[in-house]
Design a protein around this ligand. Structure first.
Ligand code: AMP
Length: 362
């Protein structure tokens, strides 16, 4: 039976590929299954959270040419659920399948320096920074600013990994050594009042949509909670949404895009970073909206119309990090709290094991 009546790119019964098998891949696969779309996960971890809910798991190295070929031949559309995928892999896929968001977007967001330079080129406010290719760059910058700085590796950093605070120019060598002398950026430390994010979606026809903004709390660089509604004034919310839209448009983006921001103590907003994928700070949409970020992403990359972005409840999403997951008894005892456990085979301190969202009537 031909299910594709409207020339959408993908119809129920077709297959989408997901690079990465973590919890974001798991939630994408669960949503796709409800829509009758099959998913193939490509993961370097055999017991990955997404593997047990997808139609198929391709397990092995991303660099294995045979596996990569098998995976890309099977999928009509490919997306990714994390950023640290070798560019050679996405280059290969992009020539054989539709890849959303596109290859150039991933290449740019994999490198903090390119990302910050891109944001600056759009005229968007970011924390002042400098590129670091040896310890002298750190010394010179901190001698000039006379303040502390945050050193971040250009690549492979996430959840606060690859970051070290540099107290003053005298500690340049020691701190650079701590990040294994990797190419880096050194940023001013932002005295922020809060952090927040905008979850946007851009469709194949170039229309941009967004959810309500959430206020996010991070502990040691890892997201701990997201709350909607935000307490930010409307004017600042509109400004952040317009920045997110501009970024998505300039990138000719397709799918869910998340932009994380700081609100400074003097009420200015600064862009922190872009996540070219579904995001932890959007998990509240699963329970507080009819159409969550995962469904919007799948619809967008399949060329379908997206659903509505309204929120029917206020929500607080709490990440269950490491041993927090053992509190599941207490969480399920609250009739207004939903529980999401990712099925990870091993618990480690600080690892994202699940989340819980507590809803409140609007
Ligand atoms: P990132 O991986 O860059 O998103 O950083 C993780 C977390 O570290 C952020 O969510 C903030 O809580 C904190 N952080 C990152 N950059 C800065 C900065 N320039 N100033 C203050 N805090 C920061």
């Amino acid at each position: 039976m031909n299910m594709n009546k409207n020339n959408f790119k993908i119809a129920p019964g077709d297959r989408i590929g997901i690079l990465g098998g973590g919890q974001l891949g798991r939630m994408l696969a669960m949503t796709a299954a409800r829509l009758g779309i099959k998913t193939i996960i490509f993961s370097e971890e055999q017991n990955c959270p997404a593997g047990s809910v997808a139609d198929e798991l391709v397990f092995g190295s991303f660099q294995d040419a045979n596996l990569l070929d098998e995976f890309s031949r099977k999928c009509s559309v490919v997306t990714y659920e994390f950023e640290n995928i070798p560019l050679s892999v996405v280059n290969y896929i992009a020539t054989r399948s539709n890849l959303y968001p596109g290859r150039d977007i991933l290449a740019m967001t994999q490198d903090r320096l390119s990302e910050k330079s891109f944001l600056k080129s759009l005229g968007l406010p970011v924390a002042d920074f400098t590129a670091v290719s040896y310890e002298g760059d750190i010394k010179t910058y901190l001698e000039k600013t006379g303040a502390q700085g945050l050193l971040k590796t250009r690549r492979q950093g996430y959840d606060g990994k690859g970051q070290v605070q540099v107290p003053d120019a005298k500690k340049a060598v020691e701190c650079y050594y701590e990040i294994k002398e990797a190419p880096a950026v050194l940023e001013d430390i932002v005295p922020f009042e809060k952090e927040f994010s905008v979850i946007g979606v851009r469709t194949l026809d170039g229309t941009f949509y967004h959810y309500d903004i959430s206020d996010n709390e991070h502990v040691d660089g890892v997201l701990k909670s997201s709350v909607v509604p935000t307490s930010m004034p409307n004017k600042l919310q509109k400004q952040a949404v317009s920045y997110t839209k501009l970024i998505a448009e300039k990138l000719n983006y397709v799918g869910v895009i998340v932009v994380e921001y700081f609100l400074t103590k003097d009420q200015k907003i600064l862009v922190n970073e872009i996540a070219p994928r579904v995001h932890n700070s959007g998990h509240w949409t699963i329970d507080a909206c009819v159409f969550d970020q995962f469904e919007q992403h799948i619809r967008a990359i399949c060329g379908w119309p997206v659903g509505c972005f309204d929120r029917h409840s206020n929500a607080k999403m709490l990440n269950l990090l490491g041993d927090d997951v053992s509190e599941w008894h207490d969480l399920v005892s609250n009739p207004n709290t939903t529980l999401h456990i990712y099925g990870k085979s091993e618990m480690r301190a600080g690892r994202k094991m699940g989340h819980a969202t507590t809803l409140e009537a609007i």
